[in-house]
Design a binder for this molecule. Sequence first.
Ligand SMILES: [Zn+2]
Length: 491
Amino acid sequence: MVLLVVILLLLLCLLVRTYLYTKNGRKLDPELSAKDEYVPDQEMLDEVNDHFRGALRIPSISHNDPSETDWSQFQKLHDYLKETYPSVFQTMELELVGGYSMFLRWKGTDSQRRPIAFLSHLDVVPVEPLSEWTYPPFSATVADGYIWGRGTLDMRCQLITVLESCERLIKAGFTPEEDIYLLFGCNEEVGDLPPGIGADRLSEMLKERNIKLDCVIDEGGAITDGSALGVGTRVCAVGVSEKGFASFDICATDEGGHSSRPPAHTALGRVCSAAVKIENNWMKPRLTKPVEKMLDMAAPYMDNFALRLLMANKWLFRPLLPLIFSKVEVLKPFVQTTTALTMASASEQDNVLPQEAHIVMNSRVLPGETIDDVKRHLEELSSEDNVTIKLFKGNDPSGISPSDTVSFAKIDELVQKYYPGTLVVPYIQLGASDSTNYYKVCDNVYRIMPFYFPYWVTNMGHRADERVPVEALERGVKLFMDFIREYKGEG
Ligand SMILES: [Zn+2]
């Protein structure tokens, strides 16, 4: 009887806390977010889109093998940008890095203030297979309310928006107080290869000049409907950190020979045995600070009652949260280092025993863990399979930027101004971007795109039929212009 009363009281306590948590945690009016009354400046919209579409017609594709890259397209893009944004290129000092990356400095009036930087990359990914495209990928076709083409999302939209904002401010006679850097790499899509010509070098140049940035803005979360998080309000997830990337070769060797006299386990059998264990035993889920904050802020708006109940009662459920979240498909990559088996090779012929067998495992490493941790984990799991594990590509997770800074607050304020009722939350970006290079010169690295995109649009990067809404960029330009004009950093 006593036990029953205790259980009922506990249940009541959980429910009351969930009710209060939901009520008090909602600082925004979701209705405000639902009715978007923004009216674009049509003349500005047409002009921005014209400039955008011109850039989309230039196929500056980077390839993993740099000898396949047609660098003349990058030259064309440079020429186009210079012609389209004359004030930017007259006012800012330009240094070319590795021939095709751009290091631009807009000198401010107060050299004591810490500069800020806008990043972008000039390259796009290949378009094959062409047959999957509704419109030619470099035609910049306008149809059904969208601008279609390779790079629309990743990331000509941001490149053009940054340049457009600066051009308009310069033309209006504005000079910033702090220096502003525009840093455009040429090989982001192939992971800074070859080294020394992209963001790795651009960030190093700042370091060599003892420049500490107040804030870095790069590609990342746009303003979207809240469907990904299951919330009924618009969401802007600002990337404050980035998962690491690691590809491992799992290899077994053997004598080979005729398949009529096989050993109990061939080289292929052994790598498969290791692979099965690796796939079934991911690294332990963990709750990192940015993800906890993201959930804290988003949970009150979530439709899912169970998630709200859990977050409202962290005092009780905290030890279980990482494990529970790792079972929720959309949250899983945010709380766990992932394991994906992606490639395999062994014997070339059906009746020949392999002398070597390989399986490739690609992992996205959660901040707080390192590539070495992952390697140790794999070695432990496969210790009985007589395989070797070698890292052949990778970089550790980035640092974590705080979300209680003046610059983060400014982003939030301007997102509210242009997209009222939007929930602005920090998050960990799952894919890699140039910004990971900049932690050595900046604490406040934020990945945000100032556009409204339906959630599915944000998944169109690197795919056929990549496209963005026709009206997206104009509002983003206004937001970035305000950001530059009103910026007051920490130092
Ligand atoms: Zn990109």
